[in-house]
Design a protein around this ligand. Structure first.
Ligand SMILES: NC(=O)c1ccc[n+]([C@@H]2O[C@H](COP(=O)([O-])OP(=O)(O)OC[C@H]3O[C@@H](n4cnc5c(N)ncnc54)[C@H](O)[C@@H]3O)[C@@H](O)[C@H]2O)c1
Length: 328
């Protein structure tokens, strides 16, 4: 009987991991621990609440409302369910908001990570027969800051440029240090520019496709601005692969598409579906790190990770989802 607890389990990435684990029967039960937070104004804009669509069925899913900063509540949930795996995706996931609210970013990425590891340590020590398999910390490509080379690998210099990246990196340090101290097997995942159905944080990929549906102009910040756009299913697959593989123990992996592509190329794929689409290229936002490709050689070599979705395929699936499910 394998139990998985996913912090931030109601979110974009957490819910996709849950779906995969249950579908493939890698877990018998998923505990989704979430504070039911939201970062977008649900009244303003063209906000669409995707939360219900994330869970077509609640079979083998238990939802626990809890904030990871509340140690007492968190540790009692962890001791109650004694999960074999914990995927820690809960965090303030937006750079802009983290920069405005450093304290909240610290609480969600650093303090909460300490709390979870501490709670795992307690259940490990209280029951020697209990087998804890893996703590998976979700970091970000923002830990690298401005990429010094077109492609970065896991060893490349970490020089975060904003509060979001700084807190994500601090969470990595906490994970590596405390997990080694308490002999807790861990894996760190560095995703980048994840896109696809049911995202509702209004990051660039979502804004672009929704603007296209709504016949609104698209503003591209930076002619040569590149991101390693990663389809949600590839990220979920790669993360689960890393968590389940012995070769993933105490390792860090870039889990992305492995190909930096310009924002313009994303819009050009969209233009094939929306020939009328209008876009304007503006100056790049210099507060954002300049990024590119995250090498996935390590994940390929150790885990056999192979992303399935090209940007074109990912946009196609995302487009079909929006067309089928929403008001467009
Ligand atoms: N989406 C991306 O492109 C991307 C890229 C790199 C890294 N990440 C990281 O992946 C993780 C998940 O991101 P996402 O895109 O799924 O975001 P999301 O907002 O869709 O999901 C995050 C979930 O965590 C919950 N949450 C936040 N703070 C919490 C707290 N303190 N206690 C309990 N629940 C809390 C929210 O309610 C939400 O349901 C984050 O750690 C983010 O930094 C995401």
């Amino acid at each position: 009987m394998k139990t998985t607890l996913i912090t931030g389990g109601l979110g974009f990435i957490g819910s996709s991991i849950c779906e995969l684990l249950l579908k493939k029967k890698y877990s018998d039960k998923c505990i989704l621990l979430d504070n039911f937070g939201g970062y977008m104004n649900p009244i303003k804009d063209n906000f669409i609440d995707f939360r219900k669509q994330r869970f077509p069925s609640l079979k083998n899913i238990i939802i626990e409302r809890c904030d990871t900063s509340n140690y007492k509540a968190l540790s009692s949930i962890i001791s109650k369910y004694k999960p074999n795996y914990i995927y820690h995706t809960a965090a303030l996931p937006l750079a802009k908001v983290s920069n405005l609210n450093n304290e909240e970013a610290k609480i969600s990425s650093v303090d909460s990570t300490v709390n979870i590891i501490d709670a795992i340590n307690i259940i490990q020590n209280s029951n020697k027969r209990f087998k804890f398999n893996r703590f998976v910390y979700f970091s970000s490509s923002m830990v690298y800051g401005d990429f010094k080379t077109p492609t970065v690998n896991e060893q490349s210099e970490k020089n975060p440029k904003d509060a979001y990246g700084i807190m994500k990196l601090a969470g990595e340090v906490v994970t590596e240090g405390l997990c080694k101290l308490h002999k807790i097997p861990y894996t760190i995942i560095r995703p980048s520019a994840v896109y696809g159905p049911k995202d509702m944080n209004r990051r660039v990929s979502q804004i672009f496709i929704e603007n296209a549906f709504e016949k609104k102009k698209i503003y591209i910040q930076g002619k040569n601005e590149k991101l390693d756009f990663t389809y949600i299913k590839d990220l979920a697959n790669g993360s689960v692969l890393a968590a389940r593989s012995k070769k993933g123990v105490n390792e860090i992996f870039n889990i992305t598409c492995g190909k930096g592509q310009t924002l313009l190329s994303y819009v050009i794929y969209l233009k094939k579906k929306f020939p009328e689409l209008n876009y304007i290229i503006q100056a790049r936002d210099k507060t954002k790190p300049s990024r590119g490709t995250l090498s996935i050689k390590k994940a390929k070599r150790l885990l056999g990770y192979k992303p399935k979705y090209s940007l074109k395929d990912g946009i196609n699936e995302y487009f079909n989802f929006l067309k089928k499910n929403f008001r467009y």
